[in-house]
Design a protein around this ligand. Structure first.
Ligand code: SAM
Length: 310
C-alpha cells in the first residue's frame, strides 16, 4: 500500500471523536512518522537541533555512559552478545553502546525499523570488525511474531534496546508485551524515556512547539495533500501525554481512495503523542512485565534509563 493510502486509511479506520462542536482525529501512530524519505530526513534534522539534543540525546547518552559499564559485569562470562535495536533510527545509540564496551564483546547486531533508509544507515554505522549484521526487512516490529525474531538470535544472551523516547510514543504498552515474549533468562532490556520534568507544563509545551518538530510532523499531512497555510500547529498536555496537533484554519475536503473527508475550521488532527511518565509510573509500567529492574535518572529527573533483567 502506498504511504499516502496507508495514512488516509488510518484516518478512515480511526474516525474522530467530538470535543465541543469540533471533530478530533487521532492519527498518532509512531510508525507513520518515518515512512517516507522526507519524513526520515526531517526527523533526523530535528534530532540534531539543540533543543532535542539537550532534552533527549545528551541525557540519554550520559546515562548510558555512566551505567553501561555495570552491564559488562553482568555479561562477564560472555564473549558474544545479540544486540536487538527496536526502532534503531540511524544506529547512533547502538554504535555508542558498542563503543562503550570497546572490544570486550563480539556482537550480532539486529536493527529493526519501519524505515529502510534507517536500517541501511544503522548497518553502515555498525560496520565494524567485532559486529556481525543480522538483517531484517523494514516493517512494524509489533507485527512480528516472537518466533520470527527469536529465530534470528544466536544462542548467546541478548541486549534489547528501546531508546530515544520510543516507548512514550506508543499509546499502550504493546512494545513491552512483545519484548516480554522474546526475552530469555540472562538477557537485558534497556529503555530510555523522558519523565514528567520538573518543568512547568508551559515549558514542556514550549519544547514541543519547536518549528523543527512542526516541520517534521507536517510531512505526514503533506503526504495527504494538505497545505501548511490551512493548518495551525498546536501542542497540548492531556492524560499525561503531550499531544502534537494541527488545527484546521478553514474548511478543507480531502479526496483520496475514491472517498472524501471533510474538515471544518477548528477541527483537530492529533499527529503525535508522547507519554511523560513520573518516575513511579515509569517503574510501574516496566515492572508489570519486568520485575527485575534498575532505573537511573539524570540529576534533574528529566530522563530515565532502565535496565530490565529476565
Ligand atoms: C524516536 S525514534 C528513536 C531512534 C533511535 N532509537 C534513537 O534513540 O535515536 C523512533 C524510531 O523507531 C522507529 N519506529 C517507530 N515505530 C515503529 C514501529 N512500530 N516499528 C518499527 N519501527 C518503528 C522509527 O522509524 C524511528 O527510527
Amino acid at each position: 500500500m502506498a504511504v499516502a493510502d496507508l495514512v488516509f486509511q488510518t484516518l478512515l479506520d480511526r474516525g474522530y471523536h467530538l470535543e465541543g462542536c469540533h471533530h478530533v482525529w487521532n492519527l498518532a501512530d509512531s510508525k507513520l512518522w518515518y515512512l517516507s524519505p522526507s519524513q526520515a530526513r526531517s526527523f533526523l534534522a530535528m534530532t540534531r537541533a539543540s533543543d532535542y539534543q539537550q532534552s533527549v540525546v545528551i541525557p540519554e547518552l550520559s546515562l548510558l555512559s555512566e551505567y553501561l559499564p555495570s552491564l559488562a559485569r553482568h555479561f562477564s562470562s560472555q564473549t558474544t552478545l545479540n544486540l536487538v535495536d527496536f526502532g534503531c533510527g540511524d544506529g547512533y545509540k547502538a554504535a555508542f553502546l558498542v563503543g562503550t564496551f570497546h572490544s570486550r564483546f563480539r556482537w550480532h547486531y539486529l536493527p529493526l525499523d519501519v524505515n529502510a533508509a534507517f536500517l541501511r544507515q544503522a548497518g553502515r554505522r555498525l560496520n565494524q570488525s567485532n559486529v556481525k549484521l543480522v538483517s531484517f526487512p523494514p516493517g512494524d516490529f509489533l507485527h512480528l511474531s516472537p518466533s520470527q525474531l527469536s529465530d534470528k538470535l544466536s544462542p548467546c544472551p541478548s541486549l534489547f534496546l528501546l531508546l530515544g523516547n520510543t516507548l512514550g510514543n506508543f499509546d499502550d504498552k504493546h512494545p513491552l508485551s512483545f519484548i516480554h515474549q522474546v526475552i530469555r533468562p540472562g538477557d537485558c532490556f534497556i529503555v530510555g524515556n523522558g519523565l514528567v520534568p520538573p518543568l512547568s507544563s508551559a515549558d514542556l509545551l514550549a519544547a514541543y512547539s519547536h518549528p523543527q518538530i512542526e516541520s517534521w510532523l507536517f510531512q505526514l499531512l503533506a503526504l495527504l495533500g494538505l497545505h501548511q497555510q490551512d493548518l495551525t500547529y498546536t501542542v497540548r498536555f492531556v492524560n499525561s501525554r503531550v499531544e502534537e496537533c494541527f488545527r484546521f484554519r478553514r474548511a478543507v475536503t480531502l479526496h483520496h481512495l475514491n472517498q472524501a473527508l471533510q474538515f471544518k475550521p477548528g477541527d483537530l488532527l492529533i499527529i503525535a503523542t508522547s507519554h511523560k511518565y513520573t518516575l513511579a509510573s515509569f517503574r510501574h509500567c516496566l515492572a508489570t512485565f519486568f520485575p527485575r529492574l534498575q532505573i537511573f535518572t539524570n540529576s534533574n529527573y528529566h530522563y530515565a534509563l532502565a535496565f530490565a533483567f529476565c
